[in-house]
Design a protein around this ligand. Structure first.
Ligand SMILES: NC(=O)c1ccc[n+]([C@@H]2O[C@H](COP(=O)([O-])OP(=O)(O)OC[C@H]3O[C@@H](n4cnc5c(N)ncnc54)[C@H](OP(=O)(O)O)[C@@H]3O)[C@@H](O)[C@H]2O)c1
Length: 241
């Protein structure tokens, strides 16, 4: 049987690297959406294997809502130019800053809403019709953060607030379908392994287990809470409706 494939947006980031590790260690393939070759090299460095085996890199602009973005990737999949996929993980990042609301320019607000909110929304709209047409069960996973509730970092916090509503709507809309949509709500700091060790935070490879369990299990239309080390070992999922 052909291995399943996970399409990952933000694949080179802290969360994306954990998703890539989860997919590869569960014998799945990865369709890593990257901006350029430098990003692809960064990902190979962070996964630590020194090899791109199991990973297909696709260059696209995840911030664009047209054929330059995920819409174009899905068109290339449908044309047979890029491998098909059964799972999507969305974790594009923006600025992680404590800047006051008064110091956030309109330009930065729009850029961060584009990167952290719109990219997920565009990807959902482009990939869900494709997943609904698949004969097998599929998943769509979004990483959000507790900043949306605590707002010590106003700029990323506001983007998470928007994602919470998006995730709830997506969970409702896919409830009766072959797509298991879930939001992974992260209340801890995760970084790529070498940075995590320096900063004493959770390593991407430790966090990878959460996504492996989401892929393997039957959790659906839920918020998966990751707020303690225990949550890294056992999936804690709640339904918000
Ligand atoms: N890390 C955490 O502990 C944590 C906690 C809670 C929530 N989250 C959420 O998870 C998401 C990802 O966080 P992260 O820490 O993994 O972020 P990150 O390390 O900064 O990674 C961001 C990812 O997004 C990509 N990206 C950013 N801007 C892009 C652009 N204009 N075009 C294409 N790709 C772009 C980056 O690609 P390049 O490599 O090419 O730059 C990278 O793959 C965020 O929404 C964040 O709020 C993270």
């Amino acid at each position: 049987m052909e291995p399943e494939t996970v399409l990952i947006l933000g694949a080179t980031g802290n969360i994306g690297v954990s998703a890539v590790k989860a997919a590869l260690s569960s014998n799945r393939h990865v369709l890593a959406i990257v901006r350029n070759k430098d990003s692809a090299d960064k990902l190979i460095h962070h996964i630590g294997s020194g090899s791109s085996e199991g990973i297909t890199f696709v260059e696209a602009d995840v911030l664009a809502d047209d054929e330059r973005g995920i819409k174009g990737v899905v068109e290339r999949v449908s044309a047979g130019e890029v491998p098909g996929f059964q799972h999507v993980y969305s974790c594009v990042g923006g600025e992680y800053t404590t800047d006051s609301l008064l110091d956030i320019s309109t330009e930065r607000l729009r850029y961060n809403m584009n990167a952290m909110f719109e990219a997920a929304f565009f990807a959902y709209r482009a990939t869900i019709p494709y997943l609904l047409a698949q004969p097998s069960p599929t998943t769509w996973t979004l990483c959000t953060g507790s900043q949306g509730d605590i707002a010590t970092h106003p700029l990323p916090a506001m983007t998470q607030g928007a994602l919470f509503s998006f995730a709830l709507a997506a969970a409702r809309e896919t409830e009766g379908t072959n797509v298991r949509f879930n939001e992974v709500y992260l209340g801890m700091r995760v970084e790529v392994d070498e940075e995590a060790v320096k900063h004493g935070v959770v390593r991407a490879s430790e966090f990878a287990g959460v996504y492996e369990r989401v892929l393997e299990g039957d959790v659906k239309s839920s918020r998966v809470l990751v707020e303690s080390l225990e949550d890294l070992e056992n999936l804690r999922a709640v339904k918000r409706f």
